[in-house]
Design a binder for this molecule. Sequence first.
Ligand SMILES: Cc1cc2nc3c(=O)[nH]c(=O)nc-3n(C[C@H](O)[C@H](O)[C@H](O)COP(=O)(O)OP(=O)(O)OC[C@H]3O[C@@H](n4cnc5c(N)ncnc54)[C@H](O)[C@@H]3O)c2cc1C
Length: 307
Amino acid sequence: MFRVIILGSGPAGLTAALYTARANLEPLVLEGHLPGGQLTLTTTIENFPGFPEGVEAWSLMGAMRQQAVRYGALCRPESAVRVDLTKRPFEIETEKDIYRSQALIIATGATARMLGLDAEKALLGKGVSTCATCDGAFFRDRSVVVVGGGDSALEEAMFLTRFASSVTVVHRRDQLRATKLLQDRAFANEKIQFIWNSVIKDILDPAQGKVSGVVLEDVKTHRTRYLPCDGVFIAIGHTPNTELFAGQLELQDGYIVTKGGTGTSVPGVFAAGDVQDRIYRQAVTAAGSGCMAALDCEKWLTEVGYL
Ligand SMILES: Cc1cc2nc3c(=O)[nH]c(=O)nc-3n(C[C@H](O)[C@H](O)[C@H](O)COP(=O)(O)OP(=O)(O)OC[C@H]3O[C@@H](n4cnc5c(N)ncnc54)[C@H](O)[C@@H]3O)c2cc1C
């Protein structure tokens, strides 16, 4: 039995752990299948405040965990496989155990949708990216490819033109899903080209540990061709990790709906980070909302008389 259980060990979960631990709530953190969260899928982070030279992602996340543990957070390498939010205390089942808690902070993040290529996995953080805000500055005077046809693909493409010498948007259809305004802006941008009716069949070159080009296939003619480039940005959407909560919490497009801070549709359940944020999706915003969830949680525990 815990006062608070935190699901997730990314920036949101570990910041919530630090704050609840320092408030003497002795939180249990269930770290999930990706200890340290999404950031650990990349290498250097240049936009987390406090590190003028940048910081290695594993080092940043290791330090966050260490700091939370130092103040009393208990971290376990387990994933929640079932939650029951209709019971009080809440019940959280993992592969190993069943835990109970008075409050729950959900920080299970979101997963960027990928193309499903082996090369993409091997080159993630080494030229393949899912975040132009995070990685755009690494591609100064380079040529990059953006995959996708929605608003976020065009926003990423336009952001990248501040750095890259050329940006090629590859889309599997012959027209975009993005809003007209964004389309007009993208078509007017001289640095952006479009390749229609095409998909990426392969990314080269994992053997060199960097991106040197992509193999494109025309979906109509099935002809393939090689396009040299230095980076590939996958902008085909994100899936919030919320399957466990379907039917128990109010969700919108899969994201947990939060109101008045980090509270959810169930009193005592709070959500922080990318699992409830489809807009900002940054380590620092996730950490900020982890702090908010911890403070909201502590206030709620006090108000209902648990503390
Ligand atoms: C390749 C890449 C590079 C990036 N680069 C940057 C960057 O340079 N700067 C920046 O600010 N942002 C960057 N981001 C975005 C940033 O990583 C995310 O915005 C941030 O990690 C979100 O934090 P979070 O804590 O909400 O979730 P996540 O980091 O996604 O963490 C989710 C956590 O939940 C856990 N979990 C999931 N399901 C369960 C479950 N059932 N039970 C228990 N635990 C569970 C996972 O194990 C994980 O620990 C990058 C993202 C990627 C993918």
